[in-house]
Structures are given as structure tokens and as C-alpha cells.
Design a protein around this ligand. Sequence first.
Ligand code: BES
Ligand code: MN
Ligand code: ZN
Length: 514
Amino acid sequence: MRTQLSFVPPAGIATELLAVFAADTQTGKGPDSKPTPRLLTDDAAVQAAAASVLSSGEYKAAANETVLLHAPAGLAAKRLLIVGLGKLARVNAHKVRDGAGSAVRFAKPRGIREIVLAQPSSASLLDAVVPLAVAARVAVEGAFVGDFDPDTYRSDRKDQSIQSFTLAVPAFADRAAVEAAFAQGVIVGESQNFARSLVNEPGNKLTPTILGRRAAEMAQEVGLEWEVHSTGKLHELKMGAFWAVSQGSAEPPALIVLRYTPQGVTDGPILGLVGKGITFDTGGISIKPADNMERMKYDMAGGAAMIGAMRAIALLKPRVRVIAIVCAAENMPSGTAQKPGDVQTAMPLVPDKPGKTIEIINTDAEGRLVLADGLTYARQLGATHLIDAATLTGAISVALAKVMGGSFSNDDATYSKFEQALQVSGERFWRLPLGEEYADLIKSDIGDIKNTGGRYGGAITAAEFLHHFAEDTPWIHLDIAGIAWVEDSRPYIAKGPSGIPVRSILEWVRTFSL
Ligand code: BES
Ligand code: MN
Ligand code: ZN
């Protein structure tokens, strides 16, 4: 998708489709308070073209509600699309992002390959809530999100992607600020889609080795340092927990390490991003039921998010050092697979000390095993702050539905930076507790800890398992099992990989920029 800004009035732009936002200005409630839609643009010609449909009562400007006008009078555009943002009082940057996605997703199936979006810019209405620069960033992010479709393996696939996206910005805007924000939005949107394209790949097309290759190619392109290791390195580092998962598969594991070092930064924090990269999770010997097992190709979404975030970090260049570690493996049942009851020894933080021992209760609780060694390795490489992302538990969806991800942290200061990041990203997480009573649930009779904690609080006991390896290093754990995959398409995003939490990881990293 080509992207550009235009500073000429939208009414004069000749285009296949001009999209403009509307919001409902009705503040009253009750039977007599009808929706009162109003366009969020200052362009008088666009206002005039939309006037009759807005006053008709047919269009309410509900969030992502669209209406299309052909040959709009007085406009150079062939079509005018009005996209609702819902109640004006509740409009924010995240609604604008979604609205831009909805405009793109409206155009795609209609064969429209080029669109111009008029910046939401009604000076009196919106500038205070969504400044023009912020709106420019989120609009182009949303356009990329909307442009992604997952049907890449259809033999008769018609490429419906938008070729050209233009944001029309009012002439009074601070051009430099808008241009900078727009350029950031392009990087963020492309990076999120890069992560989504990885998550979308089926297990046979994206083995751990291939994931490693894709990460390395990206790193090469954007100028990150990278290493991709396999079995030998796992043994050398004594990554007994990671290897325990991988040993059942004919596909070798990949230990993917990406490093970002900004010029001249030699001290301050080193952020460790650790991602679960299970390219397919059968459950292993504790095999999963056949129903829906195909979905387990997305069990590497946490790893993909870290790879996508590193791409954005490399291009946006925050002033803080970052290391990403993705532990990629297949969880398979086989003659060489680990068994329930097996005891595994995790990687030791200090090479000649003993590692923690883990009693395997259920081979399907494999994500925490690969992450255990990933977290330890990040600490060994000097990470001062850790964040991990993983499609870790079904239990997180029992707790939070497929609405929010679960977040956990052993450090309030580090977590408050993540809350700041969520304000920018618009991604939704809810913090859940850690605590000794939960840690008690994973004590083992034979070794240090066991890999499942029983029926209750499954997402929390999984987090406590990871806590054993983060120890007292400030750490955030994100359980994205419920939100990494969009189950039903929405107006602004296709069914399929969501790309969460690429944006939040990026913004969290940026809060550390020196
Ligand atoms: N990858 C799954 C978690 C998952 C479930 C992700 C549904 C996405 C959608 C994870 O490896 C797993 O199998 N977890 C088990 C843990 C249990 C055995 C303690 C689970 O949640 O059932
Ligand atoms: Mn599993
Ligand atoms: Zn899994």
C-alpha cells in the first residue's frame, strides 16, 4: 500500500473514493433523542454533499457504520463514503484508527484500489481530543490493519489490497508534526501486519527453522543484529525445558535472538522481549482433542509479535537497548516426546549452578517450558527488564473472554509504563494477580515446580511458573491466547491474526527511551 499526505481541500481531490468521518452529536437519552450525525470535516463542499443523507434519519453515525454516495455533487471524487465513529463525546484516537480500517475494508471487496481519507478535523469538535498528528498516525495504522486479509493460499486469489492510501490533512495543520506522525504510523502498521503474516502461516509452511529464517531476513533488512541457533546451542546453554518440548518433533527448534543497539547508548536499561514460538501445538503426549486443533498454528503469535515489534523498533530508533528472544519449537507426540511424570532441568542462570527442576504433569503446558529458558537466557544476556508474550492458556479466555488479554507483573513501576503504552496502542489488557498462594499451587513433590497448577486460576498459575524464572528482574507477562486471533471479522479487521500486542510492546519500549 502506497501512502501519502495531501494538504489540499478534500472536495477538490479526484479519487475513486473519498472517505470522511461522522459522529453522533446527540447527548440526550430517551425515546425523543434521535441520533444527530455530523461530519467531522471543515470542508464546506463535503458537508454540502453529505447534508441530505445526514438529515434523512437513515444514517446514525454509529461506530463503523458506513453509507456510500455515488457521484457526490460538488466533489471531484467519484464516491463519498461516510464512516461513523459513534457518539462524539466518546470519540478517541482508537475509534479513528478503527474507522480508517473500516473505510479500507469497505473499499476492498468493491474493487476500489485507491482511497483518500479526509482527516477528522472539525476544529471545534475534535482537535482537543484527537490532535491532528495523533489522528494522522492512527488513521494510517488503521488503514494497514484493514488492508490485511488472510486468504493468501487461495489458488484463485484476487489481490484486493488497496494500492494507494492518501490522508487529506487541513492546511492549518502543523505539517512537520503530521508528517512525522504519519511516517511512524506507516512503520507501526507495516510491522503489525508483518507479525500477522507470520501468525497466519500454517504449521507446515512455518516451521521453527522457517520462522528463524523470516526473522533473520527482516533483521537484515532493517539493520538489527541477529542470531538463529538450534539444537546444539540449546544443549550448550542447558536449556532443558525448551529442549523437552522440541525433543518430540522431527523439526529442529530455533532459538531466535534479535538485538537492537542505538548508536552511542552504552548504559541504561536493556529490555528483554521474550516470545513463545510454538509453530504448532498438538499438546504432545497429553494430546489435544481434534476439534479446533488446527487453530494451534497460531501458538507462535507471542514470538511473532516480538519479531514485529523489533522491526518497528529498528525503524523508529528509540534510545534504549533491546534484545528479543523467540523460542520456536513444535509440540508433537512421538517416540522421542517427553512424557507426563518426566522431570526436566531448566537452564541455569549461572552456567555451572544447577537449573530448577520441573515435573511435567501435562505435556500440553509447553509454552511455559520454552519461555522459562527464554527468560533465563534474556537475563543471562543482561536484560534489566523483561516482557513476554504468549498464547499461554485457555484459562485466560475463561477469565476475560476474547475481549482483553491478561497481564501480570512483579513490578508496579515497570507495569505503569505498560499502562501508558496501552493508552497509545489501544490494545486491551487487564492485570491479574500474582502471589504466594498461587505459587504454592505449582510446588512439586519430586522436584522444584510442576508445569500445571490444577483446575482453578490456570492463567495465574501459568504466570507464577514464569515468575520462577523472571525471579526479581522487573517483568511483565502477557497472556494473549484469547486475543491473538480474531474469531469473527469486524468492520475494521479481518478474521484471523490480530497482530496484538505488537503496538503495545513497541510503545512500552519507547517509554524507556533515554
Ligand atoms: N497453546 C495453548 C493455549 C491456547 C489455548 C492458546 C487456546 C490459544 C487458544 C497452551 O499451550 C495450552 O495448551 N495450555 C493448556 C495448559 C493446561 C494443560 C494447563 C490449556 O490452556 O489448556
Ligand atoms: Mn499446549
Ligand atoms: Zn501452546
